[in-house]
Design a protein around this ligand. Structure first.
Ligand SMILES: *[C@@H]1O[C@H](CO)[C@@H](O)[C@H](O)[C@H]1NC(C)=O
Ligand SMILES: *[C@@H]1O[C@H](CO)[C@@H](O)[C@H](O)[C@H]1NC(C)=O
Ligand SMILES: *[C@@H]1O[C@H](CO)[C@@H](O)[C@H](O)[C@H]1NC(C)=O
Ligand SMILES: *[C@@H]1O[C@H](CO)[C@@H](O)[C@H](O)[C@H]1NC(C)=O
Length: 365
């Protein structure tokens, strides 16, 4: 039996960790915290324990974005644009994401922290700030991720003692990780100044390429989503503000420490940042990976850190955990960096590398 299943069995009796839905919309006092379709912003929350009760792991769900009127209208009808079909409970173990693990071996830093999972339902990296809804084919579509962001922090304060927090990890994967890169310094200001705050961005270090970056323009103009972006970056890229959403661009401006967990051969980047010829060519994929590695290693110097791997993956699931040359797993590396230790970790293998993934199967519990 794979260790992940053993781990799941081990978790079954701990119902105390079941995550309950926390709604944020107008009905709960957050006037503008709405998804694309007007339904309430929402997060799931699971309580910490022991010395983790004042510590918070805040995870942002990923899932692309919408870049046109019609795609935002379409998106408003599904789970990435609406919470109307959300359940009252979420089983975090079922996500298969080790960052939510309650096992101290697997998740040494955050296993007993409070865990919050913010639903992505605004189509614009949780940052849209368009005050009036946009009428698209007779439907009112709301671009209000910024208000969901504010409501999240207010609600954590109101219900879960966030005013006394000592440690906060702001995390996410894919679009959720782009959000962490782009907004981390702005999010810092929503958190008590005495707390230690870092970012943990999984699969969000996208490169600034023409196939990708300009597609975010709609988020900037129609969603009015510049309020949480880095001011210095905005000044540098006036008229191309969408560049400040891209990990490889924004990383150089970040003051709040961030730890990137990133594959050189990210499967999503292969489809959205490489042309059809490049993505099928081993040497071109390697060239892209070389560019990414060079950029990331140069930009994410102290106080930042990274785990750069060669597993063809996008986001981390328990059966994909790679390990570095010394046998260290990403969340062990992250915990060491968080505690002031080694900051950079690398799994140095060339593409393709089938053995680079699921090294996690050897993890013992
Ligand atoms: C756009 O966002 C800014 C803050 O970044 C806000 O001051 C302004 O009112 C917003 N404009 C509209 C039209 O919603
Ligand atoms: C913060 O901690 C203090 C002292 O432990 C306690 O009195 C207070 O109620 C706490 N506040 C919140 C919002 O939990
Ligand atoms: C790598 O970077 C160089 C220099 O910026 C660029 O010309 C080249 O197209 C990049 N290659 C890939 C595959 O992204
Ligand atoms: C990696 O970290 C070591 C110290 O832990 C440092 O000497 C080295 O310069 C770092 N390398 C990069 C590429 O950041």
């Amino acid at each position: 039996m794979p260790w992940s299943q053993l781990w799941l069995l081990g978790m079954l009796p701990t119902a105390a960790f079941a995550a309950a839905a926390q709604r944020l919309g107008p009905d709960t006092g957050y006037a503008k915290a709405q998804c694309l379709d007007g339904s309430p912003g929402l997060y799931y929350f699971s309580h910490g324990s022991g010395d983790g009760i004042k510590k918070f792991f805040i995870f942002h769900q990923g899932g692309g974005w919408c870049g046109s009127d019609t795609s935002c209208l379409e998106r408003s009808k599904g789970a990435l644009g609406s919470t109307k079909s959300d359940a009252e409970q979420m089983d975090f173990e079922a996500l298969g994401n080790l960052k939510f693990s309650r096992d101290p071996t697997t998740n040494p830093l955050m296993y007993n922290w409070n865990h919050a999972y913010l639903r992505y339902c605004d189509g614009g990296y949780y940052s849209g700030q368009r005050d009036e809804p946009k009428m698209i084919q007779q439907s009112s579509i709301f671009y209000r991720g910024r208000y969901i962001t504010e409501a999240l922090f207010s609600d954590l304060t109101k219900k879960f003692g966030f005013a006394n927090t000592t440690d906060v990890v702001i995390s996410g994967c894919s679009a959720g990780a782009m959000r962490v890169f782009a907004h981390l310094d702005a999010l810092r200001s929503f958190i008590p100044g005495s707390a230690k705050v870092v970012g943990l961005a999984d699969s969000g270090y996208y490169m600034d390429v023409n196939m990708f970056t300009p597609l975010k323009r709609y988020v900037v103009t129609e969603q009015n989503a510049t309020g949480l972006l880095n001011q210095e970056c905005l000044k540098t890229f006036e008229g191309q503000e969408e560049k400040c959403l891209v990990g490889s661009v924004i990383a150089g401006y970040l003051k709040t420490p961030i730890f990137a967990f990133q594959s050189r051969f990210d499967s999503d980047q292969r489809s959205c940042e490489m042309g059809p010829l490049c993505r099928l060519s081993t040497s071109c994929v390697k060239a892209y990976a070389g560019n990414l590695s060079q950029s990331l290693e140069k930009t994410l110097q102290h106080p930042h850190g990274y785990f750069l791997d060669s597993c063809v993956r996008h986001c981390s699931f328990d059966n994909l955990a790679p390990k570095d040359a010394k046998g260290i797993y990403p969340l062990q590396a992250f915990a060491t960096w968080y505690g002031g230790g080694q900051a950079n970790y690398s799994q140095e293998f060339m593409y393709p590398c089938p053995d680079c993934c699921n090294a996690g199967l050897e993890l013992t519990i």
